[in-house]
Design a protein around this ligand. Structure first.
Ligand SMILES: O=C(COP(=O)(O)O)[C@@H](O)[C@H](O)[C@H](O)[C@H](O)COP(=O)(O)O
Ligand SMILES: [Mn+2]
Ligand SMILES: [Mn+2]
Length: 345
């Protein structure tokens, strides 16, 4: 999968990031999102593949593009047999977030990215548009920290696994009212908290690398983003657990259906009979082959954002593959039309 799709998939996230970055700082999050979706879809539909969106911009009724269930790629077209040897192509599932951190992009803040994860059919958990309690941690703590344990207990475990004192640990938490007690507990335990307004995919991925000065992500964000994070962290051998959150009382802010009971019923309809199940990274991204790709829109901890120059742009993309066991940073200069210069720095 990586061999045949690798470079094309990189271009998918690069194009989405470039499109969004043109709107960086313009204050219009919907437009930043829309152009990223459009660019991603256009580039995906030029690839010789049979793809299906399993995590996207919503159900067909809500979103005109990259909706859940949408088929993408040249070999998904009704006339595909004229172009593709369909029997030879494996069907792939794709989870996308064309502009992850739309607010960050719209307000010129760090940490916005165009991201996706792919796997063979059935290899990614088709997460409902719910919230998810998440715990991400570095590879050394994989399977040792546990989302069912308290933050205090997990910080003790993390400190042993990483061979550093608790006050040397940094935990990322989204700044939301629902996290007030969690933030207090982490601080009381002696660790430091990095509050973020948006963008918990980037925070989760930071946990997978040493040297980012981020040692855990705790708290509740969106479930679709949880699956994309899990795909990246699974490939890195890092820790990720996610548990769906369906109770509006727990979420406190945001749109999450009218009641806990109605949400449980909705989950049941989707085939999720145990709404409290804790999913591991390997369950959320269970495919034999999993690939994550993300391009920085605005600058982040591990990737630059899109930098425009006259006639072109430079992007940085992270591609993580379970197949080749690699995390590649791809630095690309894009030449639009006929640039007078090809800017290096
Ligand atoms: O910050 C986020 C927003 O993503 P996007 O809509 O693609 O720009 C995500 O990283 C979060 O995981 C999540 O969507 C958020 O926590 C849920 O929203 P909220 O109700 O504001 O907490
Ligand atoms: Mn997002
Ligand atoms: Mn988004």
């Amino acid at each position: 999968m990586e061999n045949t799709l690798g470079l094309e998939i990189i271009e998918v996230v690069e194009q989405a990031a470039i499109a969004s970055a043109r709107l960086m700082g313009k204050g219009d999050k919907n437009e930043a999102d829309r152009v990223a979706v459009e660019a991603m879809r256009e580039r995906m539909n030029k690839i010789y593949m049979r793809g299906r969106i399993v995590i996207g911009e919503g159900e067909r009724d809500d979103a005109p593009m990259l909706y859940i269930g949408e088929e993408v790629g040249i070999c998904s077209r009704p006339d595909a047999a004229d172009f593709c040897n369909i029997e030879e192509l494996i069907e792939i599932d794709i989870a996308v977030d064309p502009c992850e951190g739309t607010n960050l992009c719209a307000y010129g803040q760090p940490g916005s990215m165009a991201v996706l994860a792919i796997s063979e059919k059935g290899g990614l958990f088709a997460a409902p548009d719910f919230y998810m309690k998440k715990l991400a941690a570095p590879p050394a703590a994989k399977g040792k920290v546990d989302i069912n344990k308290s933050a205090t207990e997990n910080l003790k475990i993390l400190s042993e696994c990483l061979d550093r004192s608790i006050d040397e640990l940094v935990v990322v938490v989204m700044k939301r009212d629902r996290h007030n007690d969690l933030i207090k507990e982490i601080r009381d335990a002696g660790a430091r908290v990095q509050l973020i307004s948006d963008g918990d995919v980037g925070a989760a991925i930071n946990c997978g690398f040493a040297g980012t000065n981020i040692h855990a992500l705790m708290g509740i964000g969106a479930a679709p983003e949880g699956v994309i994070s899990a795909a990246a962290l699974r490939c890195l051998g890092a820790h990720f657990q996610g548990q769906l959150i369906y109770d509006p009382e727990v979420v406190k802010t945001g749109l999450i259906g009218e009641s806990k009971e109605a949400n449980i019923a909705r989950l049941k309809e989707m085939g999720i009979t145990d709404p409290d199940k804790v999913y591991t990274a390997e369950e959320l991204a269970s495919g034999e082959t999993v690939l994550f790709a993300g391009t920085g829109i605005t600058p982040g901890n591990i990737m630059n954002g899109v930098r425009f120059f006259k006639g072109g742009a430079r992007t940085q993309t992270l591609v993580i593959s379970s197949q080749s066991k690699t995390a590649r940073f791809v630095d690309t200069i894009h030449m639009f039309d006929q640039p007078k210069i090809v800017q290096l720095h």
